[in-house]
Design a protein around this ligand. Sequence first.
Ligand code: COA
Length: 199
Amino acid sequence: MDEHSAFYIPKQHETERLLMRIWQPGDGRLLHEAVEDSFPELHTWMDWAKVMPTLSETENVVREAAQKFVNRQEFNFIILRKSDRLVVGTVGVHHIRWDVPRFELGYWGRTRATGQGYITEAVRKLTRYLFDELGAERVEIRCDARNVRSAAVARRAGFLLEAVLRREARSNDESLRDTQIYAMLRENFAALSESPPLP
Ligand SMILES: CC(C)(COP(=O)(O)OP(=O)(O)OC[C@H]1O[C@@H](n2cnc3c(N)ncnc32)[C@H](O)[C@@H]1OP(=O)(O)O)[C@@H](O)C(=O)NCCC(=O)NCCS
């Protein structure tokens, strides 16, 4: 822990259609159901989804994440649709470097709730929070170069493609993966905030 562990950081954010709240012990079941529903898509793109995690493995991950939030090492939010409390996905803030400060965003959507702009809405909200409240200098989104839907989220939220790391990793099917890095800097965010809202 360092001095950042003393920051007050809200456990919840709200947008027009969504509630985002920090993973809490006991959320394993809600997340497990959403992962089960979405497993084929998650298996294709998320390294942690090589095999379907068990309920108790998911609950353990949730508990570790809750501890990382307390330590200000990672923030993982469950995204709930306000109208019916359906879990529509998750968004997380990872690889934090408080000395910059820089942050990385990661996300996935529940398959049956994709195609409605929820993940972009959540990413925009969290991006604003990181720049406005946590003094971010840089926020990054990384994705497989083949993952056009994820790249589209980054672009819709105003991130710019900065680099491609070639053959940086292997996917769950063992194929070689190029990784795209999208970034937003403080001044990009300020310019975006002054322009009319994106569609
Ligand atoms: C990547 C992923 C989160 C994208 O989900 P998504 O639903 O396409 O993303 P968004 O929430 O931004 O929704 C955008 C879509 O909703 C549509 N949409 C509808 N209403 C909208 C609104 N009010 N605002 C924005 N988009 C809207 C958009 O047109 C777009 O549809 P299109 O793909 O047909 O063009 C999802 O495909 C996923 O979870 N994949 C598996 C895991 C993964 O790859 N995670 C990222 C790893 S880097």
